[in-house]
Design a binder for this molecule. Structure first.
Ligand code: PLP
Length: 391
């Protein structure tokens, strides 16, 4: 049996190569590399695709989060609720924008935050002062906002979360780096909050030929602020109103992304088909839990992640699958509250997050995976789960 990779971008290039090459060549012929027509055209197209009023290209998903947090009003020394079960940049962006993370658990069935997990973080990690403002137990930082992460491509319930946040006087920003194209009740990320941050890291559902990112928002003023922050805090050449960054989406990246955008709906649909096939094949076993298709049908399945009932099964099965030539990954093996970089913000154990980190496993789900390959993955996984599994 030939090995089945966890992910393989060369297959995608086989499909989009010609379009991508001609897009790159057309930018080269204009020699306009920074912002300009190509970037604005892509911003317009992606805003239409996402059904959002404004989109501003930036240099990475991490920068999108940093600029968005600043534009949302985060001031140095203020605290932000952020899940620990996520990629590092969901939380590092808070610190890099001057804020302090207050860790929140995720819903153990959906891997994303909910009003319940957020409320619990507020009540256990913070104290309400006479001025009604919640302050972090650690450091006494006033809590002002929330970073909601739509992990693995699945949207958190933004209607409920924004209602809850409103009742607590908190703003919300969304880390949609893994969820481009996902909608909940017809709405993309960024519509029910201050805005959303997207990443075009090559392995994301829409990936460039390098780093890139995007902020989307319904708020024209916020969009303007992002457009200023990404060019040295300047709206007018050589006039700097505030300290900004150098964080633009390259025209070359915009051109590649524009060429690939046409394919994204098909790719996301293929991911959903693969997810459905996985979930249907996994009923009737109890070694691991599969994502509930009905509950996550809107997901764009950046990852298809199962959770083993016993961590030792996860590690044993992963090893067996590797021996059979099937690639898998663990997102994420070290939760953020345990990272050395975030040590000043350690608040103690987080039961759900710690358990998920030791028991989740992501299976191959890239659009070019064939049905035959998927059948092999399913067979190898189920075989390995049965052997020496739960008795
Ligand atoms: C990829 C990712 C980021 C960071 O995006 P970059 O473009 O790599 O900076 C942030 N958050 C999440 C959840 C991500 O998956």
């Amino acid at each position: 049996m030939s090995p089945i990779p966890f992910f393989d971008l060369t297959r995608q290039y086989g499909q989009v190569g010609e379009q991508v090459k001609s897009a790159v060549l057309s930018v080269l012929s204009t020699q306009q590399f920074i912002l300009g027509e190509t970037v604005s055209r892509f911003e317009k197209k992606i805003a239409d695709f996402l059904g959002t009023a404004h989109a501003a290209g930036v240099a990475s998903g991490t920068d999108a989060l940093i600029l968005l947090l600043k534009a949302a009003g985060l001031e140095p020394g203020e605290a932000v609720l952020v899940p620990s079960f996520t990629f590092y940049a969901s939380a590092s962006s808070v610190c890099l924008a001057g804020g302090r993370p207050v860790w929140t658990e995720v819903d153990e069935n959906r891997y994303v935050v909910s009003p319940e997990t957020l409320e619990n973080a507020l009540l256990t990690q913070c104290v309400q002062g006479p001025d009604q403002i919640y302050r972090s137990r650690q450091g006494n930082h006033p809590v002002r906002g929330i970073v909601v992460v739509h992990l693995y491509g699945q949207m958190a319930d933004m209607e409920k979360i924004s209602a809850w946040a409103g009742s607590r006087g908190l703003w919300v920003v969304e880390d949609a780096c893994q969820s481009i194209g996902a909608r909940l009740h017809g709405k993309s990320a960024g519509i029910l909050s201050k805005g959303a941050a997207y990443s075009f890291f090559p392995t994301k559902n829409l990936g460039g030929g390098g780093d890139g990112g995007l902020v989307t928002t319904e708020d024209a003023q916020l969009a303007e602020r992002i457009r200023s922050l990404r060019v040295h805090g300047s709206r007018q050449r050589y006039i700097h109103e505030e300290l900004g960054y150098n964080s633009r989406l390259d025209a070359l990246q915009a051109a590649i992304l524009e060429a690939k955008l046409e394919f994204l709906p098909g790719w996301n649909a293929r991911r959903q088909t693969l997810a459905k096939r996985y979930t249907e094949s996994f009923s009737g076993q109890d070694v691991f839990r599969a994502p509930d298709w009905n509950d996550s049908g809107d997901s764009v399945y950046h990852q298809y992640t199962i959770e083993f009932r016993r961590p030792e099964d996860r590690d044993r099965v992963r090893k067996k699958m590797a021996e059979a030539g099937v690639g898998t990954e663990i997102y994420y093996p070290v939760p953020q509250h345990r990272q050395r970089a975030f040590q000043p913000y350690f608040q103690g154990d987080m039961g759900i997050t710690d358990r998920l980190s030791s028991s989740v496993l992501s299976l191959p789900i890239f659009p070019e995976l064939t049905d035959g390959e998927q059948d092999t993955i399913i067979r190898v996984l189920l075989d390995a789960s049965r052997q020496g599994g739960v008795s």
